[in-house]
Design a protein around this ligand. Structure first.
Ligand SMILES: [Zn+2]
Length: 320
């Protein structure tokens, strides 16, 4: 008897807690939706000075008293909405996902590309979209510059050197005097680039020497030996070109669901945003070493079998 009463009480508490949570989620979701609608109205409210007609001193007072919006939120919304005023596709995204969802693309989207960016903003989280925009700018704006350079050079008849041009980059390092002296000796009369390449080859060879064999018919979890090897290649840093974030996932460039294998050559450490881009099918040359990776404008529709898996994987990431 006592047990059944206790059980009944326990169930009651559980139901109450479940109910509380469900209500909160439901109201929260609605509150967000209504707030998005308020935000979208602000430019028109400001344009017609609606606040004045209803006895408010300014739009900030109007938005604060009627919708609980902060001054910053109003300024931010007006600024962003000004930038997308001729881009209904992006406004539509604001209505569906909120103003943050399009923040990474406001400076890059034009009227002509608004549809492209709206699609990307709907598919990706804000962080993934930020990473994508960063790569997109590098890829497609730099490519354009080279293209233009090429055109002017052909006119001058001196374009041979254009594609053999290697970009040099300065890196400053803080070293203790002993290390600095030793390195300088190793460099001698040569150059830093040569020395660093040599040191890197030694490092890579050392890592490579310990390469474990691939594991076939494997379980989901990557064996420690393989994981250790893969991480040593980049010292645990994301492998995407130019990214120095700490890795978050070991990414199978040959999708695990298809191969059931952990291959040390095709397992790549990636940060969260770059892993998402890979699963969105937006990395070109994914089957080559990451140094050859580039981002794509569109998902490759021909690699159906991969996409099926990627869609499955993506499903787990879609925010509720
Ligand atoms: Zn990364």
């Amino acid at each position: 008897m006592i047990n059944s009463t206790q059980n009944a009480q326990k169930n009651q508490v559980q139901n109450l807690e479940k109910n509380l949570h469900e209500k909160f989620v439901f109201y929260g979701k609605n509150a967000k939706e209504w707030m998005r609608k308020c935000i979208l109205l602000l430019p028109e409210i400001e344009k017609h000075k609606i606040w004045k007609k209803h006895g408010f001193t300014c739009i900030y007072e109007y938005a604060a008293k009627l919708a609980g919006m902060s001054r910053n939120a109003v300024d931010d919304a007006l600024r962003i909405l000004k930038k997308v005023e001729n881009k209904p596709e992006l406004k539509w995204v604001i209505d569906k996902k909120g103003i943050n969802a399009i923040r990474p693309v406001v400076s890059i989207a034009t009227q002509e590309t608004a549809n492209f960016w709206a699609e990307k903003a709907m598919e990706m989280s804000k962080n993934t979209l930020e990473a994508y925009v960063k790569e997109y700018k590098k890829e497609y704006t730099e490519a354009k510059i080279i293209e233009q350079k090429f055109r002017t050079s052909t006119e001058n008849g001196q374009f041979q050197n254009l594609f053999s041009e290697i970009k040099m980059q300065n890196i400053s390092m803080e070293l203790d005097s002993k290390t600095a002296d030793q390195l300088s000796k190793l460099k001698g009369q040569g150059n830093w680039n040569e020395l660093m390449r040599k040191l890197m080859e030694v490092y890579q060879a050392q890592v490579e020497a310990k390469k474990p064999i691939p594991q076939e018919n494997a379980k989901k979890y990557v064996p420690v030996k393989i994981e250790k090897y893969v991480l040593e290649k980049t010292n645990g840093t994301c492998s995407f070109p130019g990214c120095i974030k700490k890795y978050k996932y070991l990414h199978h460039t040959e999708r695990f669901k298809l191969t059931q294998a952990h291959n040390p050559d095709t397992l790549i450490p990636l940060c969260k945003a770059h892993e998402r881009l890979a699963h969105a099918g937006l990395i070109e040359n994914e089957n080559l070493a990451p140094e050859f990776w580039k981002i794509k404008k569109e998902t490759d529709k021909t690699s159906e079998k991969w996409l099926k898996v990627d869609k499955l994987v993506q499903k787990h990431y879609i925010p509720k």
